[in-house]
Design a protein around this ligand. Structure first.
Ligand SMILES: NC(=O)c1ccc[n+]([C@@H]2O[C@H](COP(=O)([O-])OP(=O)(O)OC[C@H]3O[C@@H](n4cnc5c(N)ncnc54)[C@H](OP(=O)(O)O)[C@@H]3O)[C@@H](O)[C@H]2O)c1
Length: 265
């Protein structure tokens, strides 16, 4: 069966918007318009989309319009945006709730917490919507994995899939650095560490097993892995990593509160 083309406009082509556009350019089935106020942002992305524009009118006919500007810019864009009821407005803005956006548009509002791995089609996304939107579901599937959540859990999702790529880079970097200290070439260590994270993540996604069972499967008695795992189990690493997630979740909630107060003014 031939897929229908989905007309997508992306408002704001910075880090997240351009990752989305590059990801969509790697898969058939999308016609993408990139809108930004900054011509240099559009120049950087023009090879990856059908059209770039600084005229907001050009986004009004798209089936899906993605809002990928900083949260504080959202109210400014909503003032100019005039979408009818046939459109879906997908907001990526951290801390900006559907209750703030929906009264300012006729479009159906869908809130998504994406991450930058959209660019390589390995995005983890959390979506909250009143009803599943076919176009948005296809887009999120084409870009990686997504889960549907209640909107009041968006702050946890923001911490987990929005922020934690940075935490993973940190952990990956820690392993790489020590491998270099122990003699491995820096580039080789980067490849081995990164591919190991990728492989482990793929195993978790594809396996029915619990995380503890997967750990057990790598740990043979008296082998090498159990020596390392004992160091981790005897430490407070699990709590510290959890605290990083909680700190990000708290900050997300604070930002959401600020956005709500701004919207009431
Ligand atoms: N980055 C991430 O990892 C990530 C993850 C999850 C969610 N998000 C969400 O995605 C959104 C964008 O984040 P980002 O990191 O991509 O920000 P960013 O890099 O600052 O990109 C925003 C882009 O929007 C442009 N812009 C500013 N005002 C505009 C307007 N009125 N109309 C259209 N474009 C405008 C900016 O131009 P100037 O630079 O000239 O201002 C910039 O090119 C945020 O709401 C964030 O919460 C980001």
């Amino acid at each position: 069966m031939k897929l229908h083309m989905i007309d997508v406009s992306v408002i704001g082509c910075g880090n997240m918007g351009s990752a989305l556009i590059k990801g969509l350019s790697r898969v058939d089935g999308y016609t993408v318009t990139a809108y930004d106020v900054a011509p240099e942002a559009l120049e950087a992305i023009e090879a990856h989309c059908e059209r770039t524009t600084t005229d907001i009118e050009d986004v009004h006919d798209s089936a899906v319009v993605v809002l990928a500007v900083k949260p504080e810019i959202v109210p400014l864009v909503l003032e100019e945006l005039d979408l009818d009821t046939d459109r879906t407005l997908v907001t990526f803005a951290a801390g900006v709730s559907t209750d703030v956006v929906a009264p300012q548009t006729d479009a159906t509002v869908v809130r998504v917490m994406p991450n930058l791995a959209a660019e390589t089609r390995n995005m983890a996304a959390a979506v909250s919507w009143d009803e599943p939107d076919e176009n948005v579901a296809r887009m999120l599937s084409d870009l990686g994995e997504y889960v549907e959540i209640d909107e009041d859990l968006m702050d946890v999702a923001t911490a987990l899939n929005g922020s934690s790529p940075a935490f993973v880079f940190y952990l990956l970097g820690a392993l790489q650095k020590r491998a270099v200290d122990e003699g491995l070439d820096e580039d080789d260590a980067e490849i081995l560490a990164a591919q190991t994270f990728k492989g482990a993540a793929e195993t978790v996604l594809q396996s029915e097993k619990e995380i503890d069972e997967l750990i057990d499967a790598v740990c043979s008695p008296n082998g090498t892995t159990i020596e390392g795992m004992n160091v981790l189990w005897d430490s407070d690493v699990e709590d510290v990593v959890g605290d990083a997630l909680s700190a990000a979740r708290r900050r997300s909630a604070e930002l959401a509160e600020e956005a709500e107060k701004d919207a009431e003014r």
